[in-house]
Write a protein that binds this ligand. Structure first.
Ligand code: NDP
Ligand code: DXP
Ligand code: MN
Length: 379
């Protein structure tokens, strides 16, 4: 039986991970859960899955939920609580499903403790890819991608010689506004932006998908996970999200991974790797679908993707600044403080005012992250 802790169990990835666990209770046991604001849901989850430890955002929440949890459940809170759940249990695998770079310290703590990482939280790799990957190598820890594109690539590379990779191509749905011109983006609403054509996901990633920042983060994530150069990474628009990504090899052969857009497949693969287990998902029927479509990426239509490539190529602190500015801009858009197009204006302003420098530790990362956030709040 595999023991699992989930950081961010109340979110889209967190709840789908629990769905996989509930589908296979003989194979998986939950030992730790963490929530942010949604204490009602984490209470329900704790009653159903009986983890040894639960973390919530604040001491007030921790004190309030303690009497409602199964007897013996440890309740912790805050940043230290997250780290305790990430590193202080007998979990084999820690699923990182918190949104944003705030997940970084707990992810590193889990790696330090020798836990296998099921990585959904792409912002951690964008912010500190060099530190995370180096630490994982030192500790001989596997980082198994949950992000659908990276799970696809990981599956395409199974048994392949990494030296034979010619090109990795990430597929992008195009997001909520894929059929609109840039002029038609003026005045779009939050509700429209949250209406993703293919995937039901948390609010932040859904907005990132619409701006194409999500694909930018994924380009940087792929650079670290698969140790390839930015020249080896390409993005193509594929509106159906059936081909989740593909790899071209030195002999011009291409291997792709396909499936219906359902995150429970890549989650299951990360939990069961190197085995494959059944999932409670629907099967793909290509004859029923009939046609799949592809379009070349238009970097003028999606300037945030161009900026992400530039930040990735620049390296050092540039990706961390790009990520932090984006987290603030998206939060401001979701609160109705700025327009959709202001997100990219903020990103461009913050990135252009940043002088990239080396990031050697968490303290330096925290400082540059805070600088970018302050500027993104004030633009
Ligand atoms: N959703 C998807 O299909 C995919 C998501 N990802 C990545 O996975 C990660 C999670 O995404 P998703 O599940 O959509 O996001 P959600 O917004 O649905 O969930 C985020 C989770 O993080 C928790 N959280 C938020 N703020 C805090 C905080 N301050 N302290 C502690 N916990 C906090 C939330 O808790 P609460 O709700 O209790 O406040 C929730 O459990 C992201 O990095 C995303 O990019 C990658 C590929 C696909
Ligand atoms: C499900 C998943 O992995 C998301 O990151 C998804 O890729 C978002 O879709 P697009 O960014 O392609 O619109
Ligand atoms: Mn993805």
């Amino acid at each position: 039986m595999k023991k699992i802790s989930i950081l961010g169990s109340t979110g889209s990835i967190g709840t789908q991970t629990l769905d996989i666990v509930a589908h296979d209770p003989e194979r998986y046991k939950v030992v730790g859960l963490t929530a942010g604001a949604n204490v009602e849901l984490v209470i329900e989850q704790a009653k159903q899955f009986k983890p040894a430890i639960v973390s919530v955002a604040s001491k007030t929440d921790a004190d309030a939920i303690r009497p409602q949890l199964p007897a013996g459940t440890r309740v912790v809170y805050g940043e230290e609580g997250l780290i305790e759940v990430a590193a202080g249990t007998d979990a084999d695998t820690v699923v990182t499903a918190i949104v944003g770079s705030r997940g970084l310290p707990a992810t590193l703590a889990a790696i330090n403790a020798g836990k296998t990482i099921g990585l959904a939280n792409k912002e951690t790799l964008v912010t500190a890819g060099h530190i995370v990957m180096e630490r994982a190598k030192q500790r001989n820890v596997s980082i198994l991608p949950i992000d659908s594109e990276h799970s696809a690539i990981f599956q395409c590379l199974n048994g392949e010689n990494r030296q034979s990779i010619k090109q990795i191509t990430l597929t992008a749905s195009g997001g909520s506004f894929r059929d609109r011109s840039r002029e038609q983006l003026e005045g779009v609403t939050v509700a429209e932006a949250l209406n993703h054509p293919n995937w039901a996901m948390g609010a932040k990633i859904t907005i990132d998908s619409a701006t194409m920042v999500n694909k930018g983060l994924e380009v940087i994530e792929a650079r670290w996970l698969f140790d390839v150069t930015y020249d080896q990474i390409d993005v193509i628009i594929h509106p159906e999200s059936i081909i989740h990504s593909y790899v071209e090899f030195s002999d011009n052969s291409i291997i792709a991974q396909l499936g219906l857009p359902d995150m429970r497949v890549p989650i299951q693969y990360a939990l069961s790797y190197p085995e494959r287990n059944a999932t409670p998902t629907n099967r793909l029927n290509l004859a029923e679908i009939g046609k799949l479509h592809f379009r070349e990426m238009d970097f003028d239509r999606y300037p945030c993707l161009r900026l992400a490539f530039e930040c990735g190529r620049q390296g050092q602190s540039a990706p961390a600044v790009f990520n932090a500015a984006n987290e603030v801009a998206v939060a401001r858009f979701l609160k109705g403080e700025i327009t959709f197009l202001d997100i990219e204006r903020i990103l461009e302003t913050v990135v252009s005012r940043h002088q990239a420098s080396d990031l050697n530790d968490l303290q330096m990362i925290a400082e540059v992250d805070a600088w970018a956030r302050r500027l993104a709040e004030s633009v």
